[in-house]
Ligand binder design. Structure first.
Ligand code: 5GP
Ligand code: ZN
Length: 113
């Protein structure tokens, strides 16, 4: 399967790793929209939120635990945003489930990602 984020997880494409555990891998977004912009991906290939079900959704709670941990490490106590774009209308460009952690500045009501 030709998936960019699967290749990043396997180390076939370089990335700036921020966090890793049994379930997820987190790395800096190549085109940050804020001082902190980190992508959290499940190690298992799941295309998007639409593909979640009872057998694969446990990874999502693990990812949110990792997000909370990293947000604390990055001192985002004043707030941050977590976004998962799903499908063309939302602007999803990489079809491996991912969660953007965005913060480090006031974000307004919404932002690009
Ligand atoms: P989406 O638009 O699918 O919600 O988010 C995909 C994200 O992946 C974008 O924010 C984009 O900047 C990021 N991205 C795309 N290619 C690469 C890459 O090769 N390395 C890294 N670190 N991020 C990437
Ligand atoms: Zn993948």
């Amino acid at each position: 399967m030709d998936c960019l984020f699967c290749k990043i997880i396997k180390g076939e494409i370089p990335s700036k790793k921020v966090y890793e555990d049994e379930y997820c891998y987190a790395f800096e977004d190549i085109a940050p929209v804020a001082p902190v912009h980190i992508l959290f991906v499940p190690k298992e290939h799941i295309a998007s939120v639409s593909e979640l079900n009872d057998s694969n959704s446990a990874a999502v709670s693990k990812i949110y635990e990792a997000i909370a941990k990293v947000a604390a490490e990055k001192e985002l106590g004043n707030g941050y945003r977590v976004i998962s774009n799903c499908g063309p209308d939302a602007g999803q460009t990489v079809f491996h489930l991912h969660f953007h952690l965005i913060g480090g500045k006031p974000l307004g009501l919404m932002c690009d990602k």
